[in-house]
Structure formats: C-alpha cells, structure tokens
Design a protein around this ligand. Structure first.
Ligand code: COA
Ligand code: AMP
Length: 636
C-alpha cells in the first residue's frame, strides 16, 4: 500500500484549521467552539476557543452509551503481585464516578489541583479520569521520585488533596509510599487538606493523621449514599493536567495540558499513527507517571474506545525475559509501545529470544519506540524477533504526542535506521543554526517547530508564563525550541541526535543533571561539581558526578562519594540511577570559567575529542581521564 502520508500532511499545510476542525468531529463537545484557533489568546494562541467539553465523558460515558459497556476498557496485569483484572467500560465508569464523588466529598471542584502519587495500579488511571470528570487538574508524580521531589511539586501545584497508595513494589523491595508522602508534606509549605490512600495487600499504610482517608472506604461510602459524580463542563482551554518534567535546574517545569485540543490530537493519532481500531488492545509499557503513560496508557486508547493495558512489572525479571511476549499473547495486544531500553534489557537477558517459543504473538502488528534515541541494533533485533514493523517516533512531555513518526494508519513509510521518520500534521519542523536560519539537508542544527504548535501541545507552564517564553520561545522567535539537536535528510526524514541542554535520558527517563548538581553542591564537603551523562549499553545514558572537595576536608574520598550517592537517591529518588561519584582535584574549565562538560563526556565515553581552544589548563583533562580509569567507569 502506498502511504497517504504526504497527501494528508499537504492537506494540513494547506488548510490547518479545516484539518483540525475535521479531526475534532471525533470528539463529543458540550458546546462547540467559536474559533478553531484563536491566535490572540494565550501565549501563542488557543485551540477550540469557546468550546466546552469533558474528557472523562469522552473516555467513558459515551462508549457506554454507544453500547461498549461490556467491552474491556482496561486490563491490569501485574506479575509483580501475581494478579490480573479486567475492567469493562461500564465498570470503569462506575469506579471513576465513585472516586470522583469521594474527591468531591473532600471539597475538590473545578480548577482544584489533585496530586496523584501512585504505582501502576488501576486506581491511578481511575484517579486521573475522576479528576477530569469534575474539572479538577491532576498532577501525577512518578513513584520513583523521592520525598523532596514530591514536596517541590506539592509547593508548585498546591493540590487540594493527594491520592496515593500504601506501597509500590519493585523487584526485591516494597516501597512504603505513606512515609514518603508524610515526609514530603512535612517538607512542603503548602499542605493538602486530605490524602486518599489506596490500601494494597502487600503492605498496608497506617492512616494516622486526621487528613488521611482510606480511598476504597470513601468510594464505598459514596456508593452506599448514592453519590456518583456527574461530568462537569470545562472550557477546551482549561487545564486537564500538569505534568512536571526536568528542566535545567532543580525546579521542574509544570507542563500544562489543555482539555479540548488534547482529546482531538490523541484521538487522531490512534487510528492515523498507531493504526488501532476501537475494541483492539493497545499496550504502552510505560508508567502513568510519564507523558507516555498519560497519553497512551490512559487517555488515547480510551478516547478511541480501545482496550488499554496497565502493566505492573518489568521487561525482565518479572519473572523473566518472556514477560512482554506473555502479556501480548495472553491479552491479544495488537500494538506495543515502549522505550528502546526495555528491548535492550530483553536482548541482554535472552539474545536469541528463546522465551518467544512459549508464546503465540501473532496478534501483534507493530512495535512503536520512543522516549530516547532508538539505536539501530535494537530496532534490527526487535524486527527480526517480532517480525512486525518496528517504528521509532520522537516526542516530548511538552508536546504530549508524536512530533515525528511513521504513520502506520496512513500507510507505513520506509524505515531509515536512526531516524524517527517525518513530521506529523500540525508540526512544521525546521532545523536551525544558532542564529535561527534554516540549515540545509544533512546539516546538524537546533530542531524547532514553527508556531503555532498543534492541538495537544503545551499552551504554557503552570503559573510560569515568563519561564515558558524564556525556555521555549525566546531563542528562535516564531518557533518552539525543542532543545533537541539533529538533522533532516533529502527526503525530509528527521534524525534526533542529542539534547542541546543538560537533560540526560536514563532508561527512557528524562533527568536533569543540573538538578543532580544542586544536590551534590548541597553537601557540606563539596566545593564544586559537574554531572554528565555517560553512554550506557542498557540504559542509554547514566549520570556520573565529578566533585571537588573543600580544601579542609580530610575524610576518605570513598566515604564522601557514598554519601553523595545516598543524597541524590534521597533527594531526587532511585529513578536518578546515580551510582557514580568521582572525586577530582580540579574541574576542566574554559578561561571564562565554564566547566567543559562535553569534553569530560567524550573522555568518559572513550571518544576522540578536540582540545577546546579556550581551555584554561589542558593538564586537568588528563587528571579527569585518570580518575575515570581509577573508578572503572564502564565504557559502552
Ligand atoms: N517506584 C520506585 N522505584 C522505582 C520505580 C518506581 N515506580 N521505577 C524505578 N524505580 C527504581 C528501580 O527499582 C531502580 O532502583 P535500584 O537503584 O534500587 O535498582 C531505580 O529506580 C532505577 O530504575 P530504572 O532506571 O528503571 O532501572 P531498572 O534496573 O529498575 O530497570 C529497565 C531497567 C530498562 C528494565 C526499565 O527502566 C524499563 O523497563 N524501562 C522502560 C522504559 C520506560 O518505561 N520508559 C518510560 C518512557 S516510555
Ligand atoms: P520526555 O519529555 O521525557 O518524553 O523526553 C523527551 C526527550 O527524550 C526528547 O526531547 C528527546 O531528547 C528524547 N527522545 C524522545 N523520543 C526520542 C526518539 N524517538 N529519538 C530520540 N530522542 C528521543
């Protein structure tokens, strides 16, 4: 089949408003828009201005009304607790109505924030949908973040309540959430009025404070009293959620997602990009704490009327490297979406994919990869093993959906290894030099998207409009700066090469080295420090911290390094995967005092590098190389 991609992209370019107006017909609106796009509203304009809608209604009620009530909406598969449960659309609706009623009983209403700190359990998705039902704005915090990170988000979002669980479960350890939550609330200046806790069998939480409530009991009470929350009409531009993502400092950015444009864009992607039909099973093997989880575990599959998988486990070790194949075959998954690191983990454990022999995965039609650069080896291995198209696609928390991809639903385009393929309709992607001029095909540059961004992308940062402009819009006027660098080839295929800021990507998780440096610098023995991302065969990158200790510190370096590793785990969380701290005498700098992080990275990765012309003292690079050697930093 020849792809309709070019025709569809051209249609969008010729008539962008008509394109999105047509796509918006797939959504049920309470009140239609006055303008498809109001360029005078917000920072760069608002989509579907004047319209009213409700996301929970579009994800649940309308499917039940249309006769899908008995169809599976969500399948929970948890090898880590050895449990599985399927929720039909009618059952999901019932749970969400009750959970939303339990939130209302705590006084939560339209525009209030609700922070959700939960592991991968169905109640996490229900809590998100419950918020959207009553017009509350959720902010989900990934379970691998520690109390301090949670506190930062509590202070920024100022949630009326927090929805959490008694524990999360990682291979070999149970994480008690309640003490983390209490610690975070103790650290934050803003105090939520209530915490609704989902008690799990593995470890129950003690509900000691007056603000603690048992979530299931509150839902049962609402049920007994006949309280069920109805959908509240919100403006298309009202925020659906805030999702914090790493910035260049320890203060994360609160990415705002609007309500109407988000539904339109996500619904469009389900058929046109992922080629999914209502009733089919789609599996995003991510976590609800990340944008992939928001968009493709919760909202998009349900907007379409498909069945979504919620998997509480790992690609390996729960119990083995056949876990993904089991889930695909057992639940009839037609498309899997995950990060390349998950496939690298499987390949490392079972390079010949021997576990596959135990399962029939003929239902699978495609594998989509995102979250980090998909290395050609992993793509080729996955293609050989699965025998289906393996399609890399590139996006960001900020955009909420794919910027460049291979639109299977429009007809697959040829795959070029190392490229995330072509821009989706809505995105005019340009590669610019540092002065903002487009560069030629094959030339490296800053990747930017011409404004306005399409529906579904962030309209601003939560209560930080100036930061939004400064971080994304100021450098290249008229464009959104992605902070990714790369190039376009002669055919318009995009190759994403690296970040232009100090964000690193560890196992598909986006982390700020600046935030880690802030933690290291807070240690009383540290004079200065630099954190870089070094290449890693499994996780893509790993953070590595170089510290210079104060001259009066007489302690063993080893001892301080261990404290630093512990400090990052305590302050940011285990997800930072910070396990390498190296003491050095001096850091390499330019004559103007800028730390040469890029050169340090090349040394750590064993790559050739050019001696920077502005270096202050070249001999420091030899000291760095010797320290790396001594610490046996694994070379990729
Ligand atoms: N709650 C608490 N701790 C968590 C956690 C959570 N939700 N998620 C991860 N952690 C912990 C891990 O247990 C690990 O702790 P450790 O240092 O004690 O071992 C640490 O955070 C680092 O986690 P991670 O980098 O994920 O490594 P891992 O060894 O546990 O797993 C992979 C490696 C590749 C299997 C795993 O990262 C994976 O499946 N990735 C898929 C990618 C993905 O989901 N990306 C999201 C965007 S699509
Ligand atoms: P996040 O906001 O966590 O989704 O991370 C977004 C960042 O991850 C992007 O800016 C890229 O640096 C990187 N990224 C995501 N998908 C890809 C991809 N397919 N190829 C290369 N890098 C990617």
């Amino acid at each position: 089949m020849t792809s309709r991609y070019q025709e569809v992209y051209n249609n969008w370019q010729a008539k962008p408003l008509e394109f999105w107006e047509e796509a918006a017909k797939a959504i049920d609106w309470i009140k239609p828009w006055e303008k498809v796009f109001d360029e005078n509203a917000g920072v760069y304009g608002h989509w579907f201005a004047g319209a009213q809608c409700n996301t929970s209604y579009n994800c649940l009620d309308r499917h039940v009304a249309a006769g899908r009530g008995e169809q599976a909406a969500l399948i929970y598969d948890s090898p880590i607790t050895d449990s599985k449960q399927t929720y039909s659309y009618a059952q999901m609706l019932d749970k969400v109505q009750l959970m939303a009623a339990a939130m209302q009983a705590q006084g939560v209403g339209k525009g209030d924030r609700v922070l959700i700190y939960m592991p991968m359990i169905p109640e996490a998705a229900m809590a998100m949908l419950a918020c959207s039902r009553i017009g509350a704005i959720h902010s989900v915090v990934f379970g691998g973040f520690a109390a301090h990170e949670l506190a930062t988000r509590i202070d920024d979002a100022k949630p009326a309540i927090i929805v959490s669980a008694s524990c999360g479960i990682e291979p070999g350890r149970v994480i008690a959430y309640k003490p983390l939550l209490d610690d975070a609330i103790a650290q934050s200046s803003h105090k939520p009025q209530a915490c609704l806790i989902q008690q799990r069998d593995t470890l129950k939480a003690e509900l000691t404070s007056e603000r603690d409530f048992d979530l299931a009991a509150e839902m049962a009470k609402a049920d007994a009293e006949g309280r069920r929350a109805e959908c509240v009409a919100v403006d298309a531009n009202d925020p659906l959620y805030i999702l914090y993502t790493s910035g260049t400092t320890g203060q994360p950015k609160g990415v705002v997602r609007d309500t109407g444009g988000h539904m339109v864009a996500l619904h469009w992607t389900m058929s046109n990009l992922y080629d999914i039909k209502p009733g089919e099973v789609f599996w995003a093997a991510s976590d609800v704490g990340w944008v992939v989880g928001h968009s493709y575990i919760v909202y998009a599959p349900l907007l379409l009327g498909a069945t979504t998988m919620l998997y509480e486990g790992k690609p390996v070790g729960t119990p083995d490297a056949g876990a993904f194949w089991r889930v695909i075959s057992e639940h009839n998954v037609v498309s899997l979406f995950t990060a390349p690191t998950a496939f690298r983990a499987i390949k490392k454990e079972d390079s010949e994919a021997k576990f596959l022999a135990q399962y029939d995965i003929s239902c699978l039609r495609s594998l989509f990869l995102a979250g980090e650069r998909a290395d050609p080896d992993t793509i080729t291995w996955a293609e050989t093993v699965l025998g289906v198209p393996v399609l890399d696609h590139w996006w960001q928390t900020e955009t909420g959906w794919c910027i460049c991809g291979n639109p299977l639903g429009l007809g697959q385009l040829p795959v070029k290894l190392g490229s995330s393929t072509v821009p989706m309709p809505g995105y005019d992607v340009q590669v610019l030099d540092d002065a903002g001029h487009p560069v030629g095909a094959g030339e490296l540059g800053n990747i930017a998207v011409k404004l306005p961004l399409p529906p579904g992308c962030l309209p601003t940062l939560w209560h930080a409009e100036e930061r939004f402009k400064e971080a994304y819009l100021d450098e290249f006027p008229g464009y959104y700066k992605t902070s990714d660098a790369g190039m376009k080839d002669e055919d318009g295929y995009l190759f994403i090469m690296s970040r232009t800021d100090d964000i690193i990507n560890v196992a598909g998780h986006r982390l700020s080295t600046g935030a880690m440096e802030e933690v290291l610098a807070s240690h009383p023995d540290v004079a200065e420090c630099a954190v870089i991302g070094i290449s890693d065969n499994l996780k893509g990158q790993l953070p590595c911290g170089f510290v210079v200790l104060k001259s009066n510190v007489m302690r063993e370096h080893d001892e301080v390094e261990k404290e630093l590793i512990k400090l990052v785990r305590q302050q940011i969380g285990p997800v930072a995967a910070f396990k390498l701290a190296i003491t050095v005498e001096r850091l390499p700098k330019t004559r103007s005092g800028k730390i040469l992080r890029g050169t340090m990275r090349s040394i750590a990765d064993g790559q050739d590098y050019k001696m920077p012309a502005t270096i202050d003292d070249p001999s420091i690079l030899e000291e760095i190389a010797a320290a790396i050697e001594e610490h046996k930093v694994p070379k990729s």
